[in-house]
Design a protein around this ligand. Structure first.
Ligand code: HEC
Length: 115
């Protein structure tokens, strides 16, 4: 009986934590939600940083299938900024390689690119 109640509490906590995890990135990304960078410069950075070694993005003329297809995923500005800062799965963080303004430029290029 006691175990059952404890189990329910743990489940409720888990749900709460999961909800927090889903909401948190949105809350953090909100201030930088508008593509405010320089897309032309962002394209140069996309090419020179070799994002295309792993990603397909028509606007940059790249066709690799190692990482997500950015023409299909169409990530938002906020999502690109977030992933470049933190990394994801087998993709490293670019925080040490690119400045905050370069990250903004790449995110602007990707999120406003024609697919
Ligand atoms: C070594 C390969 C590799 C390189 C280089 C790389 N990525 Fe990635 N990227 C990945 C992989 C793999 C994922 C998928 C991660 C996952 O979902 O687990 C990913 C995911 C992403 C996503 C998320 C797509 C989505 O909407 O789910 C974005 C945006 C992205 N990369 C942008 C970039 C940019 C910009 C660069 C260059 C600065 C870059 N990547 C360089 C492998 C790479």
């Amino acid at each position: 009986m006691t175990d059952y109640r404890f189990g329910r509490r743990v489940t409720a906590m888990g749900a709460l934590l999961a909800a927090t995890a889903v909401l948190a990135p949105t809350a953090i990304a909100r201030p930088a939600a508008t593509p405010a960078g320089n897309a032309v410069n962002g394209k140069k950075i996309f090419v020179s940083t070799a994002c295309g070694a792993c990603h397909t993005l028509k606007a940059a003329g790249t066709k690799s299938t190692i990482g997500a297809n950015l023409d299909l995923k169409k990530p938002t500005f906020a999502k690109v900024v977030s992933i470049l800062n933190t990394g994801k799965g087998s993709m490293q963080s670019y925080k040490a390689l690119l400045s905050a303004s370069q990250i903004k430029d790449v995110a602007t290029f990707i999120s406003t690119a024609k697919h």
